[in-house]
Every structure is written in C-alpha cells, then in structure tokens.
Design a protein around this ligand. Structure first.
Ligand SMILES: Cc1ncc(COP(=O)(O)O)c(C=O)c1O
Length: 462
C-alpha cells in the first residue's frame, strides 16, 4: 500500500467508526502532514482519495468535511405523543424566578429593540387613526401590513401577493393553524431534532404524534434520516426551520433544500417552513427559502416579528399555498383577526424603512454577542464542551461532556442563573447533556458573569 493510501485508510477507518462524524471537519492538509509524518502532496492525495470514495467533500476555503453517513447510525425513535408542556412550564418558571439571570429564553432584551421609534408611531396611530382601528377587520389581516409583508417576501424571491398572506398571532399560531388544517389528531408530524419546544407543545395540543429527525448543527436535518422515516411511517408533514433552526442554529444547504422538496413530492407530505430567523443572518451567503424553491406547491410558509421586533407584539403571517383558503376559514372561526392597532404599528414601521434599518443594526449586535458568548463558554466550561457556531439567529447550543443539564439547572438556579436544559428540545428524552443559551442580551457584564459562573458550576460537576 502506498503512503497516501495508508493515510486515507486510517482516516476512512476513523470516519466509519464514528471518530469523525457527518459534517465534521477533517484535519487540514498541514495537520495531516504533522499527524502522519507525510509530505503535503501525500496528504493531499489521501484526502482526494477519500473525496473520490464520497466519504468527504472539499468546501472551498474551509477544508474537507465528512459527508459519509451510516444509515444504521440513525436510531429513529418511533412516532410518539409529545408530553413536554408541563416540563416547559417548570423551566419557564425557573427562568423567570426573581433575582435569576435568564440565559435561556430566546427573546430579545429590551435594550435591543427600537422602543422610541415604535412609541412615536403608536402615539401617531392613537392620535389620528384610533376610530378606524377600533372597527372590526374581517379579511385576512390589515391590508397595509399584508402589502408590506408581500413586498418583503418578494425580496426573498417569494411571489405572494397580499391576497396570499394571512396575518396570524405569531409564528407558532401560524404553524398550529397550518398543522390543524393539513393533518388530524393521531397523524405523524416530522420535526428537526433537537426541536424548539413550542413546536412540540403545538403538536401535543393537537393530539398528533411526533417523529424526531436527527441532523447536524451545521447543515440541519439529515435527509437520509428523513427518507428512512417517511419510508417506514406515514408522515403527514414536516415542520422545519431551514435558516438558523432553534436551538442548533443550523442552516440547510441549498442542494438539501431542493432534495427535500423532491422527497416531499415523491412521498406526498407537506412541508411547513418556519422562517422567523432568516432575516437575522449575520454571516455567510443567504439562501433561498423552501417556499422560493417550491415548484410543487408543497410548502406552507410561516414567520413572525417575534425575533426581530419583540415577541410581545404577537404578529406573524403565513402563506398557505393550496391550503390558504382553508386556513383562512380556520382563522375566521378562531379569533377573526389580530388587534388592528398592533398590525398597523408593524405595517407603519416596515413602510417607514425603520424595520429594515433596525434589523441591520441589531444583526451586527447579535453577531458580536454570539461571538463573545461562545468565547465565554469555551473559556469557562469544562474541557471538551462543544458550542455551535451559527451564521444567524441568536441562540447557542452547548454540548457538555457527560454532565446532566437538568441537574446543572437546579444548581444554577440556586446560584441565580437559569438556561434551557436539553431535555425540553426532545419528546423522547434526548439531549440530557446539552443546553441552550440566548445571545440576544443587552447587559454584557451581567451575562458574562453569569455564563462564567455557570461554567464553574459545570466544572464542579465533572
Ligand atoms: C423556531 C421558532 N419558531 C417559532 C417560534 C414562535 O414564534 P412566535 O413567538 O412568533 O409565535 C419560536 C420562538 O421561540 C421559534 O424559536
């Protein structure tokens, strides 16, 4: 065996035994030279051989990444009911405890929000338009808001006129209505795993079953795992956040997006796209949404201003495609419309250009926050702690080396610190050694002190 084949063989064995996992970066050419005592050309030839065998792929400027996936690796749990609600209430109350620094809840701190501009616009609306804003609105939402949303969607490559936009009470409400329209109690819904707890709660409330599809913190949901799931079980819909999923911050590559849509068409399931983080991209290239790529009419698009203007406004929207009329009917039965004054406020803020300016400014701040928070975690948590490195959104996913995060939370709360433990991101008890941190803070000193102290508490548990 030639030298380069020996190096390739050794790396191949490590990949197949799980030493390097799917989407993980292999040692660089230079590192291979050092590790194996070979020349640059030998190391390069070894990596190219692995590439020829489709075990790794070269990413320009970034190095070689594992693309091999052992399908036996997917230990898919069976579709099952979700019972996360009570545990979520417990965690939320821990995070809201008095004197507790909440590092977990994924909300924007008030200091990041355009409070003065919003107050000014609200005062103007109250002064000049109160009478009309007190009248009922029986359409699919305040027209100026739907027009603004439609314009923003067009910028993202989504052709949806204002008549194809339905204003909802947030993104979760949009997903809930979409699911209630396309599936029934007992049906199985696929979700990315780990999955944001609100979605597990929605599925629980609708009496549907959930199947959790694993993925990676870089590329998100694994298509191979999804394919296995849809071949094994009847899946009615997939709910997915392709841009900066919560909690891992993963971003699905564009080829995977196309392949996902083809799979949905072939296996006849709907895709509910949760897009509320895509405007908060802080690095890398922005990718077309699933809705923009959808040629088959498979995607129901949902979003909101929760992660851009504040969760308290409770304004979201959806484009229901072929189900749009049915979802509108459900909305009319439920609560007719969202408060007009809030819809008008968001519409004015968007129309004035203030919304786009705010997103740009806040995006820079969030990027810096996440960078710093990662550094604090890496410098204060136990060795071998892994932290996600998202290119957008504002949450970090932390994998602890064998420490139970639920136990750590109890100790942390006693020390005045809270976070979201990993178990709330799964309905099948996974992620017990993980946790989520929120980087949308405005008080850097306080958060730095809390993260550092949390790291100490984690180290004490080793
Ligand atoms: C991925 C994701 N989707 C939806 C929501 C809920 O959004 P909204 O507050 O607009 O209902 C959240 C909130 O945390 C989220 O993280």
């Amino acid at each position: 065996m030639k030298k380069y084949q020996k190096v390739a063989f050794s790396l191949e064995r490590q990949i197949k035994q799980g030493g390097y996992r799917f989407n993980e970066r292999l040692p660089s050419v230079r590192e291979c030279c050092e590790q194996y005592g070979v020349s640059m050309s030998t190391a390069q030839a070894a990596l190219r051989l692995l590439e020829d065998k489709a075990l790794v792929e070269a990413r320009p400027g970034a190095g070689y990444y594992v693309c091999y996936q052992d399908t036996e690796e997917y230990k898919l749990s069976h579709p099952g009911e979700s019972h996360i609600h009570n545990r979520m209430l417990q965690v939320l109350s821990m995070c809201a405890g008095s004197g507790v620094t909440d590092l977990g809840t994924a909300v924007l701190s008030p200091g990041l929000l355009p409070k003065a501009a919003l107050s000014k616009q609200l005062a103007r609306l109250a002064r000049y338009e109160m009478a009309s804003l007190l009248q009922p609105e029986f359409s699919s939402g305040h027209l100026p808001l739907r027009q603004e949303i439609s314009k923003r969607l067009r910028l993202q490559g989504i052709e949806a006129g204002e008549e194809q936009v339905l204003v909802t009470g947030g993104c979760q409400d949009a997903i809930s209505m979409a699911l209630a329209t396309i599936a029934s109690a007992g049906d199985t819904i696929a979700v990315e795993s780990p999955c944001f707890p609100g979605l597990l709660q929605v599925i629980e409330s609708l009496g549907m079953k959930v199947i959790e599809i694993p993925g990676s913190a870089e590329c998100g949901l694994s298509l191979e795992a999804l394919q296995l799931a849809v071949e094994r079980w009847q899946v009615s819909a997939l709910v997915i956040c392709p841009d900066f999923s919560n909690p891992t911050g993963s971003q699905m590559p564009v080829d995977n997006r196309r392949a996902l849509l083809e799979l949905a068409e072939r296996k006849d399931f709907m895709v509910i796209e949760d897009d509320l983080f895509s405007e908060l991209q802080t690095a890398g290239e922005s990718l077309p949404s699933l809705k923009a790529l959808d040629q088959y009419g498979r995607v129901i698009y949902c979003s909101s201003v929760a992660k851009s203007l504040g969760s308290g406004l409770r304004i979201g929207w959806l484009c229901g495609g072929k189900y749009h009329q049915e979802i509108m009917r459900l909305k009319a039965f439920r609560n007719v419309s969202e408060p007009l004054i809030v819809q008008a406020l968001v519409a004015e803020f968007m129309a004035s250009g203030g919304y786009s300016r705010h997103i740009r400014t806040m995006g820079k701040r969030l990027q810096l926050n996440l960078k710093r928070m990662r550094e604090w975690v890496l410098s204060s948590f136990p060795a071998k702690t892994r932290v996600s490195k998202p290119q957008g959104g504002f949450v970090l996913w932390v994998e602890l080396p064998g420490i139970d995060s639920a136990d750590l939370l109890s100790v942390a709360v006693a020390n005045g610190i809270a976070f979201f433990p990993g178990d709330v991101f799964s309905s099948s008890g996974q992620y017990s050694s993980c946790l989520r941190l929120c980087g949308a803070f405005d008080d850097e000193d306080k958060v730095k002190a809390a993260v550092t102290r949390l790291g100490e508490l984690a180290r004490e548990r080793i």
